[in-house]
Design a protein around this ligand. Structure first.
Ligand code: NAD
Ligand code: MLT
Length: 314
């Protein structure tokens, strides 16, 4: 495949550009292009590389007269209109796994944070208060962690939280029980999981089957005080229902790295972020030095492999 010019539309580690240029591919980095500017620019490029900020819509794809490949430096491809790309024979590639440990580690940090009220307690102390009673927490040891989605990230979370003494249960439609047993996760149905869980963490893609996976009905089936973590994708947990469950006390706390709209401007998400029982981070799951270099190199290597030039340079 001939790839002469590539547009990098989101801030991907410089290792990506360096590698592509070493293989005689011309690269332009133009970040935060408004949709109309991206549509105007894309006609000049054979390849496009994005993270999650740029929305590669059907209009962008239609305007890509020479576009042959779209690379996602990361796992989720929900910001790319795959059917539109497929209809034009444009290849969509991603780098699953490159940031899995980083996303897993943030998930574990958020679970432990929720258990011990680290974020609100630290903010309170910085504000000059000394409130030990208000921020007393609970131990994770002996608590039940339900993991929905037992792929790359879900299973790493299981292994780490088992070291904290948590019992891990989970659900994944394509991971058989014998497989999940290998990483000590008891495979159960969703209906079996709801009343058992003390914590639920979601690690699925956002697809029609997982949209609103955690909703009002689910909150009602869970133990009072259930804690919820989402480092996967906004929309897997229904934000309106989560806010209501927090207000009712049915949900005892939530940690959110991802939102239905990013950056969020809608009133429900903004209220959620401000809720005292919510710890929120701005989509930081993959934001580590290690993960960013890994996904940058992986996406560049895939582009180079497509040109057939890999061997010339090794
Ligand atoms: P993966 O593909 O390795 O695993 C996802 C798993 O979800 C699969 O095993 C799949 O069978 C399972 N699944 C699909 N539908 C399901 C359903 N209805 N119920 C339960 N499980 C279901 O993906 P991954 O690399 O582990 O990533 C998981 C999620 O984390 C993705 O949404 C990805 O985009 C997101 N992610 C977020 C960040 C971040 O910065 N916050 C970083 C990396 C990945
Ligand atoms: C992903 O799906 O890989 C994450 O959302 C991380 C990113 O922002 O690239």
């Amino acid at each position: 495949m001939e790839i002469q010019r590539v547009l990098v539309a989101d801030a991907v580690d410089s290792a990506c550009v360096k590698l592509l240029e070493q293989h005689s591919i011309q690269v332009d980095c133009k970040y935060k292009l408004p949709a109309d500017k991206l549509i105007a620019e894309i006609k000049n490029y054979d390849g496009l590389i994005v993270r999650s900020d740029t929305k590669v819509t059907a209009d962008v794809i239609a305007a890509g007269q020479k576009l042959k490949v779209i690379g996602r430096a990361g796992a989720g491809v929900d910001n790319i209109d795959i059917p539109a790309a497929t209809a034009k024979n444009i290849l969509v590639i991603n780098t699953p796994g490159g940031n899995a440990i980083s996303a897993c580690e943030l998930t574990c940090a958020l679970i432990t944070n929720l258990a011990r009220n680290v974020t609100p307690a630290a903010a309170s102390l910085k504000a000059g208060r000394w409130d030990r009673k208000l921020y007393a927490g609970h131990e994770l040891s002996g608590k039940v962690l339900a993991i929905l989605g037992l792929g790359r990230i879900g299973r790493e979370v299981a292994l780490r939280m088992q070291a904290w003494g948590m019992k891990t249960i989970g659900y994944d439609p394509i991971v058989p029980a014998e497989e999940s047993k290998k990483f000590n996760v008891e495979s159960l149905t969703l209906e079996e999981i709801w009343p058992l869980a003390d914590y639920i963490t979601v690690h699925t893609p956002l697809i029609p089957e997982t949209r609103d996976l955690i909703c009002e009905r689910v909150f009602k089936s869970c133990k009072k005080g259930i804690r919820i973590v989402n480092v996967a994708r906004g929309g897997i947990i229904n934000e309106v229902d989560l806010l209501q469950a927090l207000k009712d006390g049915q949900c005892g706390g939530a940690a959110l790295d991802v939102f239905e709209q990013e950056p969020p401007t809608n009133p429900v998400t903004l209220e959620l972020i401000q809720h005292p029982k919510v710890v929120a981070t701005p989509h930081l799951g993959a934001s580590t030095a290690e993960a960013q270099v890994r996904v940058a190199v992986e996406v560049a290597e895939q582009f180079i492999a497509l040109t057939g030039k890999s061997k010339e340079f090794t």
